[in-house]
Design a protein around this ligand. Structure first.
Ligand code: PEP
Length: 249
């Protein structure tokens, strides 16, 4: 199973900046992506179409940061799976902690997004993770179980091959605070067990990424853990040189 190295550019960059960063990244990675790694970049919606050819030519996949769980309709401001695919997306992030905690997305909406996007053929990176308060009050396992089981129970086996889970402790996102290798290993072990409980044998094909202040100098050690199938990178993916170093770590 190839490791996935994914960039979440969040709500950063103008069109000119995004194009320049994608071009610089494509130049650095052209012909250099290791055979055991895949690379994904998720810019804002309005940059997807422009970045698609630049990234595609370098073998980098394109993803959106969100999706609405319907094919079309009166859903002002939203974007459907088909519209994402139409501009070159193969992947989409669902349930990122900033959407859960800042935009107030609930488990039921995240479950609908996960299901519909998978059924329409997108690879979904389902983001899960506990807040510091939840961790301190020993709710890590309960929170991860709620997030995993609400999104994945009763998913048809045929679509789980496109499912990816990103474990992102909320307290480690954008804070410079990285979970220890032991914490990451333990949480990924828990998530793997939950995936087996929810999905049965098809859980084996689901990659589990770590996200939370991954940088060029800590990526190598994190990616060496047997339980880690890739990383989701925010801040350190905004600079082409820094993200390329993570891809090549
Ligand atoms: C993220 O946005 O998913 C993330 C992990 O951000 P950062 O790498 O900046 O912590």
């Amino acid at each position: 199973m190839a490791q996935l190295i994914a960039a979440n550019w969040k709500m950063y960059k103008t069109m000119a900046e995004a194009t320049a960063t994608a071009t610089a990244l494509a130049e650095r990675l052209q012909g250099r992506i290791p055979s055991h790694r895949e690379v994904l970049v998720c810019p804002v919606f309005v940059h997807l179409a422009a970045l698609a050819p630049i990234l595609r030519d370098a073998g980098i996949a394109l993803g959106a940061q969100d999706v609405y769980p319907a094919d079309e309709g009166a859903f002002t401001g939203e974007v459907s799976p088909k519209q994402l695919q139409d501009v070159g997306c193969t992947h989409v992030l669902v349930g990122h902690s900033e959407r859960r905690h800042i935009l107030g997305e609930a488990d039921a909406l995240i479950a609908a997004k996960t299901r519909v996007a998978l059924e329409r053929g997108l690879a979904v990176v389902l983001c899960i993770g506990e807040t510091l308060t939840e961790r301190r009050s020993l709710q890590l396992e309960a929170v991860l179980f709620r997030q995993v089981s609400s999104a994945l129970t009763d998913l048809p086996a045929a679509v789980t091959e496109r499912l990816i889970v990103a474990y992102e402790p909320v307290w480690a996102i954008g804070t410079g605070e990285v979970a220890t290798l032991e914490d990451i290993d333990a949480a990924h072990g828990l998530v793997r067990r939950m995936l087996r409980d929810c999905l049965g044998a098809s859980a084996a094909a689901v990659r589990i990424l770590y996200g939370g202040s991954v940088k060029p100098d800590n990526a190598g050690a994190i990616l060496q853990l047997d339980t880690v199938d890739g990383v989701l990178v925010g801040g350190a993916s905004l600079d082409a040189e820094s993200f390329a170093r993570i891809v090549l770590a």
